[in-house]
Design a protein around this ligand. Structure first.
Ligand SMILES: [Zn+2]
Length: 87
């Protein structure tokens, strides 16, 4: 059972709207995002950052860095920031 994912990262538990399209600012094509995608690359080569980034459980879960592949530096910084605020 090594590959069990925490429920927050399992697409089966996702709601409508957790997958959405973001229009590429460069070419205008729609790029499909999953809500926990950090960024995706459009076919035109432009990298688009997820405007709705919501890693839900990754925000607080201590295993998030292992569970969510390549947790972005921005989120790590945000987590550190929130930790500081709580103190
Ligand atoms: Zn594009």
């Amino acid at each position: 059972m090594a590959d069990v994912k925490c429920p927050g990262q399992d697409t089966r538990y996702w709601k409508k709207g957790d997958i959405f399209d973001v229009r590429c600012p460069k070419c205008g094509k729609e790029v499909e995002f999953f809500k926990d995608d950090v960024r995706r690359r459009c076919k035109c080569g432009r990298t688009i950052v997820n405007p709705k980034l919501d890693l839900a459980c990754a925000e607080w879960c201590q295993h998030a860095e292992k569970c969510v592949d390549g947790l972005p530096a921005e989120l790590k910084a945000k987590k550190a920031e929130e930790k500081r605020k709580r103190k």
